[in-house]
Every structure is written in C-alpha cells, then in structure tokens.
Design a binder for this molecule. Structure first.
Ligand code: 7PJ
Length: 278
C-alpha cells in the first residue's frame, strides 16, 4: 500500500509515520497559541523535523469545540508565510490543516503537499477537485457536525460502523471527483463530535478500518478525553497520548499526529525493535 501525492511517497508496511503539529492560531487549546507568531511557528516546526517528524501539519484555524470560525483572509495570512518558509527549510512534506478549499489551494501553490481535511463530511466537492487537480495527498477525517456544534450532542447507533460506512462512502465520492486512492489517508477523527465513550470504542476497533485498504492516521495528542478519563491538564496529557499512539500503531495505524514528536518517535521506534526481534 502506498500513500503518495505531489512531492512525496510513503510505502507500507513500513515504519509508522509521525506528523508534527504546528498551530498558527491565537487560541489553540493544546499549546495556548504560543506559536501564533510566524517566526516562532517556523522555528517550532524545524525543531519537530529535527526530532523525527516525517510530515509537518500547519493549521491556522482553531478546531477547539465551540471555537469561532476563522475568516479566510486571516487564515491565509497566518498559514501561508509559515508554509512557504517550511517548504524551503524542512525536507518532509507539509500538510495544511484546513477545511477551506481556497486556503488548501493557496497552501499547495506555495509548496504544501497534503490537505488535512477535518471536514470531509462536507456537502460539496470543491475540496476534492482541488485534491484531484493538484495531486495532493488528502487526509479524509470523520467528524459529526462542525467544530462549532460537534460537542453539543454527539449521537451514534454504532460509532464504529458509522465511521466505517462514512469512509467507504467518501472514498467512492472522492474517486468520482478524480482523486486516486493512493492520495488518501483515513482518520476516524478522535474528539470530533464524539463522547469519551465513542472515542474509546473507536480506539478499541481501529484494526477494523483496515478493510478500506488505505493507510490510517490518528490524532489523539493531548485531547480532552484523556484528561476526562485519567486526569491531567492539557500539558500533562503526554503519557496518556503516548499510550494511545502505541495502542494505535499496534492496531495497524500508519501515522500518528502529535505535538510531542520526540517521545512519540522514541516509543514507536522501540515497538519496531521489539517487533523485529519477534
Ligand atoms: C485532528 C486534526 C485529528 C486530523 C485536529 C487537535 C485539534 N486533523 N486536526 N486528525 N485534530 N487529521 O489537534 O487537538 O485528530 S485539531
């Protein structure tokens, strides 16, 4: 299986990938907006690259539950200079975490390679046309609702089968728009319109998503369900996040999206050493 797009190609089975998170938002819940300044965001991304990230995800739109939407000009102003600088200074693909087709398009123009679309539950196909026309990688994430509404009353008869049906349906739709399967990575969207119980059920069932024959990405880093289950303020949720990452990779997940690249890298490399010896 491969995950490939403009400027990159990853082959599986292979080492699990680590995507380092760079938020260029004033109010990110997980890092308090400390990388809102573009120079600091760039330095931070370069640190994550040196620590072993194989992709860098740049986002300018807070998806904190209930956060106000960011207008397009503001989002462009915050992410483009960072992406432009990173394309020149780190040797790994850059993804743009946005649900706006115009932002994705502009980011790809300055050298990003992957669209990280948390709103793959969208009702129009403009974003998929951008992915098809540019050949960019496309991370297809499940969310119930929107970041403004998703936390209000998440409801599923069976969250695992609903997410799986969503993947099957969206894979068909994106291909109809001209996106190749190899461009797509799937993500169950932990915390996006899900209760703690839904998140746990999805984590427990990750291996089932292999049926779609696409690589899987998981984002659990510092998320609130960890605090609710085992305690810990946002900055103290590293160990819980790492446990989820290890569990995910042992369940067949191919890529971990994380704020804490160095510890995640060490943990995943350690698992690989053990697997190799067995
Ligand atoms: C995710 C994301 C995730 C993908 C965010 C946060 C909230 N993109 N963007 N998957 N989460 N693909 O980092 O806690 O889980 S923003």
């Amino acid at each position: 299986m491969i995950f490939a797009g403009r400027h990159f190609k990853f082959e599986f089975p292979g080492r699990a990938l680590i995507m380092g998170i760079v938020n260029v938002t004033p109010d990110s819940f997980s890092d308090g907006g400390q990388f809102f300044n573009p120079d600091r965001a760039i330095e931070h991304a370069q640190d994550l690259f040196r620590e072993g990230a194989q992709m860098i995800d740049v986002g300018g739109e807070s998806t904190r539950p209930g956060a106000p939407a960011v207008e397009e000009p503001e989002e462009l102003r915050s992410v483009l200079p960072v992406i432009e600088a990173l394309v020149k200074s780190v040797q790994v693909p850059i993804s743009v975490d946005t649900h706006k087709p115009a932002v994705a398009c502009a980011a790809l123009k300055v050298g990003a390679s992957i669209i990280n679309d948390i709103a793959a539950n969208r009702s129009d196909d403009e974003m998929w046309r951008v992915a098809a026309d540019t050949g960019a990688g496309y991370i297809l994430m499940h969310m119930q609702g929107t970041p403004q509404t998703m936390h209000l009353a998440p409801k599923y008869a069976d969250v695992v089968s609903e997410v799986s049906d969503f993947f099957a349906d969206r894979l068909k739709q994106v291909q109809r728009c001209g996106v190749k399967p190899e461009q797509v990575m799937l993500d169950p969207g932990i915390g996006f319109g899900k209760t703690v119980k839904h998140n746990l059920e999805l984590l427990a069932a990750l291996a089932q998503f292999k049926v779609h024959e696409r690589p899987l990405l998981l984002g659990v880093s510092r998320k609130s369900f960890i605090g609710k289950l085992v305690g810990g303020e946002v900055q103290d949720r590293g160990p819980g996040s790492l446990a989820c990452a290890v569990w995910a990779v042992l369940s067949g997940v191919h890529c971990i999206r994380t704020h804490d690249v160095a510890p995640t890298c060490q943990a995943l490399r350690m698992i690989e050493e053990i697997q190799h010896a067995g």
